[in-house]
Design a protein around this ligand. Structure first.
Ligand code: SF4
Length: 127
């Protein structure tokens, strides 16, 4: 049976280990380059369903800054990232917003929420 080779860069910690994997019939037969068990788990998850935390910004009115940084509160399937970004395009926020406020619940049916990652006060001149 043919051996397929795949390469991954682990994104779990800042070390960014370069991991080489050999697959036979879809099963991992060897893995090299990961410095810990989390790297192995990362690769197995990548092979099954790549997951990512989405970080982005959304427009906000009535605040000092025009954009509010937000993120998912847990990793979501990578294939749904653009669907979530499309949902966020329809959102109009109004200050004030507190860090960890939920901006959008159960985004794209993933079970993850979009949360604010900083406080955004209302500006004094805003009505
Ligand atoms: S394999 Fe372990 S040490 Fe290496 S980047 Fe991943 S989490 Fe960090």
């Amino acid at each position: 049976m043919n051996v397929a080779k795949k390469h991954f860069t682990c994104v779990i910690c800042p070390l960014g280990c370069e991991i080489d994997v050999e697959l036979q019939g879809g099963n991992v037969v060897s893995m090299e380059g990961n410095k810990c068990q989390k790297g192995k788990e990362f690769v197995l998850q990548e092979l099954e369903e790549p997951m990512r935390i989405l970080t982005t910004t959304v427009p906000i009115k009535g605040a000092k800054w025009a954009m509010l940084p937000v993120r998912t509160d847990k990793a979501i399937p990578k294939r749904l990232l653009f669907k979530v970004i499309e949902q966020l395009a329809d959102i109009e926020l109004q200050a004030p917003i507190k860090m960890y406020d939920v901006i959008l619940k159960n985004t794209a049916g993933t079970g993850a929420n979009i949360v604010a990652t900083r406080n955004m006060k209302r500006t004094a001149t805003t009505r």
